[in-house]
Write a protein that binds this ligand. Structure first.
Ligand code: PHE
Length: 393
């Protein structure tokens, strides 16, 4: 007979066809006092993610990447002979839901480590819960520097925003197609990611001799950006930096072009979704963003990952899928080396991660539990992100 949890995990792996089935595990956990995370049953990891909502592709792609990694690890015999399972909860991109999800993972499901979140604002909610409970958390993709400062159990496998802001500023100043001396900024004032990244961009842009001519704000989900964009237009910038998430950015791009603004738009990794081109349409083409990975990277490791991912999920992995894949593998490697399921032991091994060959580059965890890695610049062309350049740290 199939163990009910294994069945639940398989359904989760086939997301999004089985939306309601996440509940299966939640209900199961509730009725038995939690999934056994350390018995002969296997090793249980937790994942909290925006599987629905305006950032849904963040969670879905990350979850796909994680599932692919875990299946490969299990096919190769598991971790120290134990099979690995992941319980994923949908936080809907909402802070309160994220807190509930992480609390449930660490106190009830008793997971040995937590993967997530993508959005820095949500990682900042989950991280204190993990830290207090001594459960290591690895964010695949939160770039705000404060996330890992929460404590010694909190890690990430991506670069951070002081670097990303610099990368964008340098690109804006130096790229032949942009060569900006004046930049406008439009950012979500409630997202820690956007607040931090626009600060870093402005700092670097000024340092490189540029001028910020207008800084405007919005709130996620706003339908109308015309007041802010009219002010930005009046300041006559050469580029507009929009460090937001893809749904808002797509909508903003449409309104930018409607107002007759022709300059390129520039953003960070928050643009990374196949939905960006679908929402923004023609308006987003010719704009640029920084990211963790390009599907055009000829590295055989990257191409083999893309092939496996396409076979399984039917589409080309985005950066989040790649980061989810790397994060899951790094966590499993650390558990394997720890030879124990204790949070302290796993965290100690995570901290030692060095030159891990990821699909998002070589990953070494530094003293602040961050990864130091190059970034890529991508251009939206025909609705697709296309590779422009790589910037080393
Ligand atoms: N870096 C973003 C944040 O911190 C999340 C993100 C990463 C989004 C990669 C898309 C791709 O909120």
């Amino acid at each position: 007979m199939t163990h009910p949890l294994n069945a639940a995990t398989r359904f989760v792996a086939r997301w999004p066809q089985s939306i309601g089935l996440l509940l299966v595990c939640a209900v199961f956990s509730a009725s038995t006092g939690g999934c056994n995370s350390s018995g002969s049953d296997g090793i249980v990891l937790g994942h909290y993610a925006s599987m629905t909502g305006s950032e849904a592709t963040f969670g879905q792609s990350t979850n796909n990447g994680i599932q692919l990694a875990i299946d490969e690890i299990n096919q190769a015999g598991g971790v120290n002979g134990k099979k690995v399972r992941v319980i994923t909860y949908d936080d809907k991109g909402d802070a309160r839901e994220a807190g509930t999800a992480v609390t449930r993972l660490v106190t009830r499901d008793k997971v040995v480590a937590v993967l997530g979140e993508v959005a820095s604002g949500l990682s900042l909610v989950g991280a204190p819960v993990c830290q207090e409970n001594g459960v290591p958390m690895v964010s695949p993709s939160s770039t705000n520097p404060t996330v890992t400062k929460v404590g010694d159990k909190i890690f990430r496998v991506c670069f951070i925003d002081p670097f990303q802001g610099f990368v964008c500023a340098k690109f804006a100043r130096e790229n032949e197609r942009v060569k900006a001396s004046k930049a406008g900024i439009l950012y979500d004032q409630q997202a820690p990611y956007a607040v931090g990244l626009q600060e870093e961009f402005a700092k670097a842009f000024k340092k490189l001799g540029g001028e910020i001519v207008s800084t405007q704000t919005y709130q996620a989900g706003d339908p109308d950006f015309s007041a802010q964009l009219t002010a930005i237009r009046a300041s006559n910038p050469d580029v507009i930096f929009i460090p937001g998430y893809y749904t808002d950015v797509g909508n903003i791009a449409i309104q930018v072009r409607k107002l007759g603004i022709k300059v390129p738009l520039l953003g960070g990794d928050g643009w990374d979704s196949d939905k960006l081109g679908k929402i923004g349409g023609e308006a987003i083409n010719g704009s640029f963003y920084s990211n963790h990975y390009s599907h055009e990277d000829p590295d055989p490791r990257v191409q083999s990952f893309i092939k496996k991912y396409k076979e399984r999920f039917g589409d080309t992995p985005d950066g989040l899928a790649a980061l989810g894949y790397d994060a899951a593998r790094i966590v499993c490697e650390a558990i394997g080396k720890a030879g124990s399921l204790k949070g302290d032991d796993i965290a100690a091994q995570l901290a030692k991660t060095k030159d891990f060959n990821g699909v998002t580059g070589k990953i070494s965890i530094d003293a602040d539990r961050n990864a130091v890695k190059p970034a890529v610049m991508l251009e939206m062309k025909g609705g697709q992100p296309t590779y422009v350049s790589t910037i080393a740290p």
